[in-house]
Design a protein around this ligand. Structure first.
Ligand code: PLP
Length: 409
């Protein structure tokens, strides 16, 4: 879609195919200028508008901006924990393949992550395995919608209902995608999103926690603001003339342990502009992914390409690939990166040195996660890539496997 990328190749400069991309449109520049002219950077009209429209786009009433997806996860878990009296060592179901922040935030709250193997086709939490890992101490399920693809939510929500569990969707990688016609973020008690670099909306750093519960929303907002009384969150609350006496009394009242996880109006301006312009961006992601799938199809004996069921929409934050047995991920990644094609490991979690130290060698109990840890990686499929970039990527794969067959690279 976008051909204005500053990194167009030339004969002298090798082509670059990064995993992420950011484009600051004229509208975004206009909004950022408005913020600068307003001389107000703290929570204000742009963040408020961004929160409410982002929440509405995901079918829920309340959105609370945070300074990262991780802090959104932290406050969502902390709010539910405090409301429901979870004790240290109570258990949280977390997929065995995800970014470390998902389970780190459970650990930070004194909870025990119980890993659940993932579906070998979608790479998302396997509902049957989730049921098997549920115990009397399970309190929370954290389905993670990876790479832009919603989890299999019906059986996970049915499990939560049957066992009285809460659900926090980690939707940091997935926005504006639907499962059986219903948007991600609208299933759980809360859902968390990231607007960090290379995500679907990019504000540099940032995130949102969404919920349909007004009480939980007030708790989340308070936790993001040092645990303040929710009556006084921003300077605009001084304008509540009718209740000004109460506002004055409670301006500096802290009612719970909280954090400083606020975002500024600058990110609000960037986020709102991108939210308003999301249509073509999402179309380009889906078009690029479809093109890559088609182009790489002849290599399907060697590469497992993205797959999603008909009842799921994919928003393609990234393009995940798992090498089938036999090929070496490290060799292939090196081959691609030498040609300027960025790769990232596909979210290894249970084999992280820090996790092995805490939980021991778990990989033997998680065969699908182990296979992904060995052979999984992802590429970008964002709107900054054009047909020539995608052809270049596909050709690099063909070249690699041709050379492999000939025994040299
Ligand atoms: C699945 C998942 N959860 C949580 C996060 C954390 O988001 P942030 O980097 O904004 O803290 C990420 C970030 O990439 C993620 O991919």
């Amino acid at each position: 879609m976008n051909t204005a990328s500053p990194r167009r190749p030339s004969a002298a400069v090798p082509r670059r195919v990064p995993v992420g991309w950011v484009h600051v449109s004229d509208r975004a520049k206009r909004y950022v200028s408005k913020v600068l002219d307003s001389e107000r950077l703290s929570y204000g009209p742009f963040l408020r508008e961004f929160e409410s429209r982002f929440a509405r786009a995901h079918g829920v009433r309340w959105g609370v901006t945070c300074n990262s997806g991780t802090s959104a996860l932290h406050v969502a878990i902390a709010a539910l924990q405090s409301r429901h009296g979870w004790r240290p060592g109570d258990e949280v179901l977390v997929p065995a393949v995800t970014f470390v922040a998902t389970s780190n935030m459970a650990i930070l709250q004194g909870l025990k992550p119980v890993f659940v193997d993932v579906d070998p086709r979608t790479f998302n939490m396997d509902p049957e395995q989730a049921q098997r890992r549920t115990t009397r101490r399970t309190r929370l399920i954290m389905p993670v919608h990876l790479f832009g693809q919603p989890c299999e939510m019906d059986p996970l929500m049915a499990l939560a209902r049957r066992k009285g569990l809460k659900v926090v969707e980690d939707s940091c990688e997935t926005m504006f995608a639907r499962y059986r016609g219903r948007p991600v973020g609208s299933f759980g008690d809360a859902a968390c999103f990231s607007t960090y670099t290379a995500h679907i909306l990019v504000t540099g750093v940032g995130g949102l926690a969404l919920t349909d519960s007004p009480r939980l929303a007030a708790d989340l907002r308070s936790l993001v603001n040092h645990g303040r009384d929710a009556i006084y969150i921003s300077i605009d609350d001084d304008d509540r003339r009718a209740g000004l006496k109460e506002v004055i009394a409670k301006r500096f009242r802290f009612v719970r342990m909280g954090f400083s996880y606020r975002l500024s109006e600058l990110e609000g301006a960037l986020g709102l502009a991108q939210l308003e312009e999301r249509g073509p961006m999402l179309e380009a992601r889906r078009r690029n992914a479809a093109y890559l799938i088609e182009a790489l199809k002849p290599l399907e004996e060697r590469l497992q390409l993205p797959w999603w069921p008909d009842h799921v929409e994919h928003s393609f934050m990234m393009f995940p690939i798992v090498l089938r047995e036999g090929a070496s991920k490290r060799d292939l990644a090196l081959f691609l990166e030498r040609r300027g094609i960025e790769t990232r490991d596909m979210l290894p979690l249970i084999n992280q040195p820090f996790y092995v130290k805490m939980f021991g060698d778990l990989e033997g109990r998680y065969p699908v996660a182990r296979r992904i840890n060995r052979g999984g990686f992802y590429l970008g499929c964002h709107p900054g890539l054009d047909r020539a970039d995608l052809d270049y990527v596909a050709e690099a794969f063909f070249d690699y496997f041709r050379r492999e067959r000939r025994g040299r690279r």
